[in-house]
Write a protein that binds this ligand. Structure first.
Ligand SMILES: Cc1ncc(COP(=O)(O)O)c(C=O)c1O
Length: 447
């Protein structure tokens, strides 16, 4: 197993990345996985909270496949359920099946705000459908999003969510900027508002009275580091959106089944009009869903609003989701208590190390969703995207991530990306990671 002093480069991984670029565009299947400052790493397999690269090196994994692996890699309950389903019934039947009815019923037990729901395969898909639903139900076109929040790559919502501060609106809100080449004029109906700033939202809603279909948010911002809502912020937003005649959409792709069994809506006791779940519910299998009240979902139920998907609700992912939901329904008290304890252990341990070494830092977390960031000076916490942009030392984070990756601890090199803990991360694993984090800090942060 590599140690902190083991600074070998992953030669085989490097070679494979070169080979990958000959057939996979950019060498991978997602822009976020092949950033120019990623150290080459081709991974063969995972188990629990660890992965092994093509060179056979072992890593403690704090990326958890960008969040889905709430129970870790290859959890036996999930694997057994999927294998049984495929072997005995088939991966995909293409008909209504009792399995997906059961899974929907179990989702509803945890998310009572979803009286009716539909399964799909990715967060992007479910969110695009939810936005269409909000527009159809209200007969309005404008959608409000928040700076730094990400809602998938569809033309319905994809905008420049990681814009440099100079490109952000000078006022309380502004029009969305295109997030990629090839976007037509889709972001035209998208307004971007500052997070944790009720006055900014009030002004935006006021200026667009009668035309806002919905406000969509990650109830805990998890795509520009972890930024929880201020106290009472969610309730305030909900009240303002309702007063304005629009709908509140919670994108719980990250928070769902992670910060509580019932997601951020349970944690903060704020119940949105439309909810989207993905990631943790499939524990590594591609599933998402969107749902709402009977009244809102009647447009889908009656076929007035089109929603389809060849793979939606297939047996493979339903079997995975049923295993996840059963485990959570049965053991939720212990699962979340332990996830929150591990989150505290990691953030407190990191903060203690950096304090001792005199490295300016900030940690922000909600249970197993964690950000550990370096700052340009002492800061008292980060409340919105602008503050992250202004105060976080992204270069230092990359340097540190490279040192940690070489020592066998993996988290994403982009400081915007949170670390994800799973039930497979035991106290001893966190201690092991903290030891290496301290060594890594001593080796690369004291310049
Ligand atoms: C909050 C949030 N919403 C939506 C998505 C998009 O999900 P997918 O990549 O499955 O389309 C993501 C993906 O990371 C996400 O973090």
């Amino acid at each position: 197993m590599p140690t902190v002093t083991d600074q070998r480069s992953s030669l085989y991984s490097s070679g494979l990345m070169e080979r990958a670029r000959q057939s996979l565009a950019g060498g991978g299947n997602s822009t976020m996985r092949v950033l120019p400052y990623h150290l080459p790493m081709v991974v063969d397999r995972g188990d629990g909270c660890r992965v092994w690269d093509a060179d056979g090196r072992e890593y403690l994994d704090f990326n958890m496949a960008y969040g889905p692996l709430l129970f870790g890699h290859r959890h036996p309950l999930v694997v057994d359920s999927v294998v049984r389903q495929v072997a005995e019934c088939g991966s995909q039947l293409g008909f209504p099946a009792e399995l997906s009815i059961r899974v929907a019923e179990k989702v509803k037990q945890l998310y009572p705000s979803m009286e009716l729901l539909r399964f799909s395969s990715t967060g992007t898909e479910a969110i695009a459908a939810a936005v269409r639903l909000a527009r159809a139900f209200t007969g309005r076109s404008k959608l409000i999003v928040f700076e730094g929040h990400y809602h998938g790559s569809s033309d319905a919502v994809f905008h420049r969510y990681h814009a440099p501060v100079v490109d952000l609106p000078a006022g309380a809100y502004g029009p969305a900027l295109p997030g990629t080449l090839g976007l037509d004029d889709a972001p035209n109906n998208l307004l971007v508002v500052r997070w944790n700033d009720p006055e900014a939202l009030a002004q935006c809603l006021d200026d667009h009275r009668g035309s806002v279909a919905a406000v969509i948010m990650e109830p805990i911002m998890g795509n520009a580091s972890v930024i929880p809502p201020d106290r009472d912020y969610l309730e305030t937003v909900q009240m303002m959106v309702r007063d304005a005649g629009g709908l509140l959409i919670f994108d719980e792709v990250i928070t769902g089944l992670r910060v509580a069994a019932g997601g951020a809506q349970q944690l903060y006791d704020v119940w949105p009009d439309i909810t989207i779940l993905s990631k943790a519910i499939g524990c590594g299998f591609p599933i998402s869903c969107f749902g709402a009240s009977r009244e809102i979902m009647s447009l889908v139920a009656e076929g007035k609003l089109f929603h389809g998907g060849v793979y939606s609700g297939n047996g493979l992912v339903m079997a995975a989701a049923e295993a996840v939901l059963d485990e959570i329904l049965e053991n939720q008290d212990t699962i979340y208590e332990s996830l929150f304890e591990r989150g505290r252990q990691l953030t407190c341990g990191f903060a203690e190390i950096m304090r001792r070494l005199g490295v300016p830092h900030v940690t922000q977390s909600v249970g197993p969703l964690v950000s550990m960031l370096f700052t340009h000076g002492e800061v008292n916490g980060l409340r919105n995207y602008r503050e992250v942009r202004e105060h976080v030392d992204f270069e230092k984070y990359i340097r540190y991530q490279h040192a940690l990756q070489k020592s066998g601890v993996y988290f994403h090199p982009n400081a915007f990306e949170p670390l994800f803990l799973s039930t497979a991360h035991a106290a001893g694993d966190i201690d092991e990671a903290l030891d290496r984090m301290e060594q890594g800090a001593k080796s690369c942060l004291r310049d």
